[in-house]
Design a protein. Structure first.
Length: 133
């Protein structure tokens, strides 16, 4: 786990590696928590706009609220904190998947899942599982 500045904002960075060869599989940048629904939605929208400039339109984007919450019902912050939302977008690139989502800590999470690292991870996990039989 690392801390730093990304896009002029304070972040915590988590790097996940494969179990055996220690190749990078996933990198997550977790932005500081926001205190208001408007604040988190503005940060999320700004990040989506920046990623759209770089990667084009997202492969998929959604803003789902789970009952009893609804979009625009004035309880958006509570819905996020209680994990009753799914607000995310992702882009498929030649080297992997880039995604942005809003976490239950009312923070934006920018993720990069490396295609090659994921292939290695799957193979190493299968080898570990076979060796434990």
């Amino acid at each position: 786990e690392f801390t730093g500045i990304f896009l002029k904002k304070s972040i915590k960075m988590i790097v996940t590696v494969t179990p055996t060869s220690k190749q990078v599989n996933c990198v997550q940048c977790i932005f500081d928590s926001q205190t208001t629904f408007a604040g988190i939605m503005t940060e999320y929208s700004d990040l989506v706009a920046s990623l759209t400039i770089k990667y084009g339109e997202p492969k998929e984007s959604e803003e789902i609220y789970i009952y009893p919450y609804e979009k625009g019902d004035k309880f958006g912050l509570t819905a996020i904190k209680t994990e009753n939302t799914n607000i995310r977008a992702y882009w498929v690139t030649p080297t992997g998947i880039v995604g942005i989502s809003i976490g239950s800590n009312v923070d934006c999470v920018l993720s990069y899942l490396d295609r090659a690292g994921s292939t290695i991870q799957t193979a190493e996990n299968e080898a570990i599982n076979q060796s434990q039989l």
